[in-house]
Write a protein that binds this ligand. Structure first.
Ligand SMILES: CC(C)(COP(=O)(O)OP(=O)(O)OC[C@H]1O[C@@H](n2cnc3c(N)ncnc32)[C@H](O)[C@@H]1OP(=O)(O)O)[C@@H](O)C(=O)NCCC(=O)NCCS
Length: 219
């Protein structure tokens, strides 16, 4: 068993970390929040052959997100946040600091460096709108990790989680120039709704059929 597997198994036991471990190991071993969906953790292998853990966010992940953000190219930041930001927007950080497993669905991709430190490679995050049975999402892959299947695999995690919750529609706004994202979601059967000014596309994925009403139509 590799160190990373051992740490994950120990953290699953929800016991306090041994004191003599290095700081980054102790962080991995911090007891999990009561509602943490442990069953959602999944190891995958990227097309580059790297073993990566996909998991829901936990308290303490915001530092890794900030570190990843500084390795994201300017244009990728703009595609994700629609602006050339120099740091993560406060509302985005807040989702990582005040975790709400009901209203937010967030998965991150974590790799382990040669020096046994963890590093964040990507993140998908959705905000649930219960009254519309929909969720609005954003996806970001660290620029040097693009094209290895991480975007698709994080999207598949998100779609699975939305379906488990009975969410009817997953949606996002994407810049019309963002051809990699549009290519990815087209393959996943999203529908495209071009906005009047032509700079954005609203993308929507219907996850379940609406209930039939009495007249035979759909609600
Ligand atoms: C868009 C983005 C999320 C794609 O993630 P990724 O990990 O590079 O994508 P994947 O490797 O999983 O590729 C999945 C599919 O997307 C498409 N795709 C990805 N990059 C592409 C590119 N540069 N050109 C064309 N198609 C591309 C392909 O169809 C690919 O399928 P394939 O592997 O069968 O060819 C990533 O480029 C990114 O983070 N961009 C900046 C932020 C952003 O645009 N976010 C979306 C706004 S919500």
């Amino acid at each position: 068993m590799r160190n990373f597997d051992l740490l994950t198994s120990l953290s699953a036991l929800r016991c306090p970390p041994p004191l003599h471990l290095p700081a980054e190991w102790r962080e991995l071993l911090r007891p999990l929040p009561f509602r943490y969906p442990l069953e959602d953790e999944q190891y995958i292998e990227t097309s580059a052959g790297r073993r990566v853990l996909l998991r829901p966010i936990r308290p303490g992940d915001s530092a890794a997100y900030e570190a990843m953000f500084h390795l994201v190219a300017r244009d990728d930041v703009r595609f994700r946040f629609f602006s050339y930001l120099k740091q993560l927007p406060s509302n985005e950080l807040l989702r990582f600091q005040k975790i709400d497993y009901d209203l937010n669905i967030n998965y991150i991709a974590l790799g382990i460096t040669a020096s046994h430190e963890r590093e964040m490679l990507g993140v998908v995050g959705a905000t649930v709108v219960p009254e519309e049975s929909s969720a609005e999402f954003g996806l970001l892959i660290r620029s040097d990790q693009k094209g290895r299947g991480l975007g698709r695999m994080l999207m598949e995690k998100l779609i699975g989680a939305c379906m488990d919750r009975g969410i009817a529609t997953l949606r996002a706004e994407v810049m019309t120039r963002n051809l990699p994202m549009l290519a990815l979601v087209r393959k996943m059967d999203f529908q495209f709704f071009y906005q009047a000014d032509g700079s954005y596309v609203e993308i929507r994925l219907r996850l379940r059929r609406e209930k039939r009403d009495d007249s035979g139509g759909f609600r």
